[in-house]
Design a binder for this molecule. Structure first.
Ligand SMILES: NC(=O)c1ccc[n+]([C@@H]2O[C@H](COP(=O)([O-])OP(=O)(O)OC[C@H]3O[C@@H](n4cnc5c(N)ncnc54)[C@H](OP(=O)(O)O)[C@@H]3O)[C@@H](O)[C@H]2O)c1
Length: 270
């Protein structure tokens, strides 16, 4: 058996993180760096990614790139930049995400194409186009990893004014399982993390208010909002030797929300 350090180290690995300039992607980039990986972070706002790379440079080798995954041209441009830097990608974290909130009656047509193009088409297409790099070092003993950032809203049918977002994350979970089956013989694992509420720009409209945040935390079975170590722990498991036999999983990272842990269903009505 390997030591704890050997199981979880990412020394020598090369990782790409989309949406890595802020939020969960930045947390992920830091976790990958701390575990020893070289990290490329990309999003539409190159300045954010460069600033994050500058801030984390003391932890290891990290670079910020421009990369819009909502179009084929954007994905191709990102892949070209990655190819200029490395012939190998061991870990691809499809974290870039967009959402849209509106009531059922006012939910606009555009809110579907915008959200689906980033959350589903972008993740699928970047994975497809990086297959040569993901295959370069993939082996039976040490598969390469694709990790998609899904959501509890892709697992549980909660409307939450984000109809296209939930549907996009359910689609991403499905794509995760489809690609896991297809890429397993090529020694590439494909898994998803399905977070519940974490603080970020995307959730600031609710979690940015202390009373709302406390109320949301109280509604979660484990009684708190997600924290950076929760992202890091799940990611490092899936990205390292520790998780090499896991593929096609949708890992709940939601404090128990997805099991809707009511202590009573029938007896509470007696
Ligand atoms: N926070 C939560 O509670 C929560 C829960 C479940 C799942 N998630 C998922 O976690 C992921 C990260 O979200 P977050 O919470 O950290 O929100 P966030 O702070 O809004 O981050 C979203 C990231 O995606 C990038 N992005 C958006 N559109 C893009 C595009 N077309 N191409 C490339 N990058 C793009 C953004 O950078 P640019 O604006 O520079 O492009 C940003 O870095 C998303 O997939 C989200 O759905 C979050």
């Amino acid at each position: 058996m390997q030591t704890q350090q050997e199981l979880f180290t990412l020394t020598g690995k090369i990782a790409v993180v989309t949406g890595g300039g802020r939020g969960l992607g930045r947390i992920a980039a830091e976790a990958l760096l701390r575990a020893g990986a070289r990290v490329l972070v990309a999003s539409r706002k190159k300045a954010d990614c460069v600033a994050t790379a500058d801030a984390l440079a003391g932890l290891g080798d990290i670079e910020g790139l421009e990369g819009d995954v909502s179009t084929q041209a954007g994905v191709s441009a990102l892949v070209a930049q990655i190819r200029q830097r490395t012939p190998v990608v061991d870990i691809l974290l499809n974290n870039a995400g967009a959402t849209w909130g509106a009531s059922l009656e006012s939910f606009p047509w555009d809110a579907w194409s915008k959200v689906m193009s980033v959350n589903v088409t972008g993740a699928f297409t970047l994975t497809r186009d990086l297959l040569p790099e993901l295959s370069a070092r993939a082996s039976l003993a040490d598969p390469s990893r694709v990790i998609n950032v899904g959501s509890i809203l892709g697992t549980a049918p909660i409307p939450d004014d984000s109809y296209s977002y939930g549907a996009s994350k359910a689609a991403l979970h499905h794509v995760t399982r489809v690609l896991a089956g297809e890429l397993a013989p090529r020694h590439i694992t494909v898994n998803a993390i399905a977070p519940g509420p974490f603080e970020s720009k995307m959730t600031a409209f609710a979690l940015g208010k202390t009373d709302v945040k406390d109320s949301i935390a109280a509604s979660i079975p484990l009684k708190r909002i997600g924290e950076p170590d929760d992202i890091a722990g799940a990611l490092l498991f899936l990205a390292s030797r520790a998780g090499r036999y896991v593929t096609g999983s949708i890992m709940p990272l939601d404090g128990g929300l997805s099991i809707d842990a009511r202590s009573k269903l029938l007896t509470t009505h007696l």
